[in-house]
Design a protein around this ligand. Sequence first.
Ligand code: NAD
Length: 416
Amino acid sequence: MAEHGAIFGAMLQEFDEAARLLKLEPGIWKILTHPKRQIVVSCPIQMDNGEIEVFTGYRVQYNITLGPAKGGIRYHPDVSLDEVTALAAWMTWKCAVAHIPFGGGKGGIICDPTRMSKRELEALTRRYIAEIIDAIGPEKDVPAPDVNTNEQVMAWIMDTYSMHVGHTETAVVTGKPIELGGSLGRREATGRGVMIVTREAAKHLGKELAGSTIAIQGFGNVGSVSADLLAKAGATIVAITDYKGGVYSKAGLDVQKMLEYVAKNKTIDKFPGGEALSNEDLFGLDVDILIPAALENQITVANAKDIRAKIIVEAANGPVTPEANNILHDRGVFVVPDILANSGGVTVSYFEWVQDRYGYFWEEVDVNDRLEKKMHEAFHDVLQTSIKYKCDMRTAAYIVAIARVGTVTKMRGMYA
Ligand code: NAD
């Protein structure tokens, strides 16, 4: 792109470092740093008060060399073309690291869903999908949930697409309700993947999960499933925080009881099984493993020096700023980067798409076994690459991804 914003710039910085180490050919470098397709649409909707509003929507297919574009759709007032393009690029590298036959895409609509009725959201979703309908489909681009979109939104997308093509097409979108062609195990997939890479990272450093202490930021979908599975694997979860507060227990928190508490109270704040803990104090705890599973930019230059954990697993997207990443690297902290650590979600989305296309649905144990295999392979591919190139795991993950997409780009040749 001739011009780009700060978020895409951050992606490019990480890309360039890996591409240099890989000695990527200049031509392939140019191709992989440009989005293939950026779609901007206007979506007029009649609001409940009778007035017409026009919302701007985006869909970016960053790269489709390995297969259909894959990536979520977010509804948020801060959505921008720069953000959507960067997120689509990150999806390209995440799918390539996970070694699944997908390219990277992302979509978004500038809107505030907290101020919209269900009918307005349905109308907006259907109009947005109608506007981008020629660009999506099981072979072309397969959206998924992201910030402020959920199973219901995916069901509307599937229905709108199906109405346009004249038959039911479940494989156009993933993250659907089970009844509509969703996959068993999808809800837990990202947390399960986090558990697997955490276990492998610990092993690599000569530790077992049993006996390791873990602190987790966030107790939503990813944080709570990670906590539950890591506790079941024998780790001691000593601290968890969420948007409202947190708890600490040296002896270990009872994750099952916390799940019940959150179901009732919507937060873990004031959970009676430990002492109160703030988000700020979480990062400085003397633990073996730290798992940010909430928001981006949580570990910064302000707190990176205080971190005592030997392993950080980025369950959230972008929880460590680039400057903090350098500090952690210099201090010898082993960071499992987001595009590897949270790729369990997109991997099971791929399984959902496969099941929809076959019309044959797997048992949960099969989904979990296949996820285990894929995550194990992805972790060790990245680890071996970091050893080979003497670089950190983040750069190594980019190298794996760029090498895979780059090789296929070259093999396919130039269409001109
Ligand atoms: P979620 O909304 O279910 O949970 C988010 C959690 O973070 C909640 O517990 C919330 O209380 C907490 N939180 C919010 N603001 C906070 C703050 N200021 N301080 C501390 N905690 C705060 O979201 P999720 O699906 O679990 O996603 C979490 C992260 O994982 C995001 O970065 C998301 O992009 C990433 N991710 C999710 C998936 C997935 O499959 N759900 C896949 C890949 C990446």
